[in-house]
Each structure stands twice: as C-alpha cells, then as structure tokens.
Design a protein around this ligand. Sequence first.
Ligand SMILES: Nc1ncnc2c1ncn2[C@@H]1O[C@H](COP(=O)(O)OP(=O)(O)OP(=O)(O)O)[C@@H](O)[C@H]1O
Ligand SMILES: [Mg+2]
Length: 464
Amino acid sequence: MAERKESWTSLASLLGTLAFCQTFLQLLLPPELRLASLKFLTRALRCFSSHCYFDVAEMDGVNTNELYNAVHLYLSSFASTSASASRLSLTRARNSSVTTFGLSSNDSIADVFDGVAVHWEHKATQRQPQPSSRRSVPDEKRGFTLRIKKRDKDLILNSYLDHIMDKANDIRRNNQERLIYTNSRGSESRGRPWEAVPFKHPSTFDTLAMDPEKKRDIMEDLRDFAAGQAFYQRTGRAWKRGYLLYGPPGTGKSSMIAAMANFLGYDIYDLELTEVPSNSELRKLLMKTSSKSIIVIEDIDCSVNLSNRSKAPKAPPPQSYSAPDASNAASGGEDWNNNTMTLSGLLNFTDGLWSCCGSERIFVFTTNHIDKLDLALLRSGRMDVHICMSYCSYPALKILLHNYLGSEGEAAASELREAVEKAKMTPADISEVLIKKRRNREKAVSELLEVMKARAEGNGEYGG
Ligand SMILES: Nc1ncnc2c1ncn2[C@@H]1O[C@H](COP(=O)(O)OP(=O)(O)OP(=O)(O)O)[C@@H](O)[C@H]1O
Ligand SMILES: [Mg+2]
C-alpha cells in the first residue's frame, strides 16, 4: 500500500515537473522551437497517462473516411440529450425529413459502451490553401479524437467501432426516405441500371386488412429475418428470403410489399422483367442492388414466358437441358442461353451463387394465377414463404372499417360477418364502397351490407 502511494507521489511530481518545463521552455525558447518542444512534452506526458487517444480524420488521403461519417451520425443520436455536449451543429441531408445533431468544433461528448467510459472530442482547424490540388477538399480539417483507458483498448477496437458502424447505418436508413427503384431497357448503357424515386406508400401492417394471426406470423418472420445475421452465418445460408404472394386482384399483394418495406425500412427494387433482355442483364441488375432491400417481381406469370422453357427462342444443347423437372434451373446451374431471359436465369438470380452478392435481401414474387407457375418456382425451398391473399374475411373487414370509418361496425357485427363471408369480395372492392360513404358511418355500413348481399346473391349464396 505504502509502495503504491509512493509511486503515485512520484508520478504526480514527474507530471508537475513536466508541466513546469513546458511553461519554462515556452518562455525561453524562440517561437520556431516552441511548437516542437510542445509536441515533445505532450508525447512525454501521454507516455505516463493511463489513457490512449485515437484520431479519426474526416479525410483519408483524398478519400472520405467512412468511420468519421459513422462516428458523426452515431454521436448525433444522443448528442441532443447529452449533458456533456454544449454546442451542436444541425444538418439535414438530401432526401431526408430529419434534422441531425452534430458536435460543433472543439466540443466533446462522453459515451459508455459495455460499461466502459469513452470520450469523444470534435476538432476542426482551418486547412492551408492548396492551389495545386485538383480535387476539392473541405476548407476545414476535421476529425474526432477518441480518448479511452489503455486497458479498454481491445474492447473498443474490436467491438465499439463495429457497433458505431452498425448504428450509423441504421440511423442513415431511418433518416432517409425509402426509395423505389425500377429498371428500363437501355438504362444500363446510360450508366444507371436502376432509376430511383422516393417511396412514400402509406401502407403499413396496421392498415393492411388480413387475418391478424397471419399478419403477426409474417411480421415475426420478417423481424427474425432482419435480426438473423448470426443465424444465417452459422447455418451457412445466404442471408435472403423469398416470399410468393398469390391471390385475386385487389386482395392487397402490392399493399403487403409496401407494408413490408415500411416495416423493415428497406428500399424496393421493382424489377420489370419485360425490360430485361437477357440473363446476363438480369445478373448485372442484381449486382447493382443494395443490401437491406426488397426485390419485387410483380405478376410473375405474365411478365415473360417463363413457364415453358422449351419454347425459348434457341434450344439448348440436349446434354445440358433436363426438362421437365427443371433440375438444371433448380440446382442454380449455369443458364444455357445468355441472349434471352429464361426461368433458369431467373432462378439463378434468386437462388444461385449470384443471389448472394450483397446480403439481407428479400425477394417477393406476386401472381394472380399460382396454377400457371412453373413447378420449379413452387418447389419446396424455392420461395421460403407462400402467402395466400384472399377475399375479405370478417377480421379483415373490421380492419377496413376501422381504417375508413374509425369504428368496427359493432352494431351490425353479426350481419356484417355473415354477409362478408358469403360475398367473396376483395378488400379493394370493399374499400371502394367505404371511401365513397366514409362521411356518414351508419350509411356506409348499410350501403356496404347491401352491396355485399347483392354480391352474395350473385354468387348464389342468398338465393331461394
Ligand atoms: N388487404 C388489404 N388491406 C388494405 N387495403 C387493401 C387490401 N387489399 C387491397 N386494398 C386496397 O385496394 C387497393 C389495391 O390493392 P393492391 O394493389 O394491394 O392489390 P393487389 O393484390 O396487388 O392487386 P393486383 O393483383 O391487381 O396487383 C389498395 O390500394 C388498397 O387501398
Ligand atoms: Mg399488385
């Protein structure tokens, strides 16, 4: 104990001496030597300190340092509520409706990770003008300095920085509006295979009219998928999932895709198969999609003639073609004709080796005619989840009534239940009636009952 006290005392006196030397040298030395001596003393002081420091500069040579941007975003998530930050900068990114807080220059903020305290300081100094530089670099030289205890170095370097990158990606996605991309013929030659516009579809799982239990299962499946990185890694599976949505028009297949995108915060790639001339173009499109996205092919049965590959323009060499069980396609084997779009090419796109470039992607196919699809598409394990979107049930009707009228029509519950089961109307048909009459709740319910009964009679349900 006495020994420890002694070493503390000697360290304190050493630090005191160094501080004294610093003041002394400043007074004695000519200005040109002062900076060098200051640097030397700072280094000497750091040797005895229990802390270590890491600089995260904004620019890494001429490139932007991704870690700087990530730290900036990460700190912004709690800068506004932190007691230690006294001055904040406010920014709003393009395509964003959210204000981001940032540390102003020379301000600092404390953070705790896994019980370990860390300290960040933001520094900005004026950059020397560089007339010869052709690249535009910021006027200010900015960077963060991370201060941690030397003993926490391993934890911080191994886990904390990854944690920051992940958090920053999440924040970026939440701040940015969703985008919907689509492809058109020739856009590849213009250098942009996908064209994007902001995606503002208001459909959510709350507004989606379907059986609540089925809805819960789908949401759970999506949640597990998004949080499943470790699972997919451990089981050696590509981190992707396929959904096949089928059912009559107007039952909510497209609304479900929008709800999925809003639920997960993913972008949508709406793949127009008729605009894809060949398998190789399809592969290029896939390579240009980003992670955390939903790749959609709507009406897969009518997009291109994928159901009977033997009718493709050029017949394959007999030895490489194994219809009718589509085993070549099913195995994700190399497609035999790169000048046309084939089922084999499409399955390679969703299932084969190429499907794994990028990760965390959901493929959704929709169809009104599941019976028209090639068995290779329906085969077990091809699309992970098959969802039947059907005519409006009573639980789904209650959601629509709540959406449009703000009540679930409790007064006419039993009549509504019977009528909707017999009417076989789609949620789109019912929505149409409710939209028209939404100003008068009672009228809307009675009109809906009339329409449903008429439809049921047409179906032969009320007749005689
Ligand atoms: N399940 C549903 N829940 C809420 N609204 C729905 C539902 N189904 C349909 N609608 C309403 O009907 C409209 C059309 O639905 P949607 O486009 O999602 O149907 P779809 O199944 O994709 O039809 P299609 O097969 O013709 O593409 C939606 O904009 C929405 O207002
Ligand atoms: Mg649709």
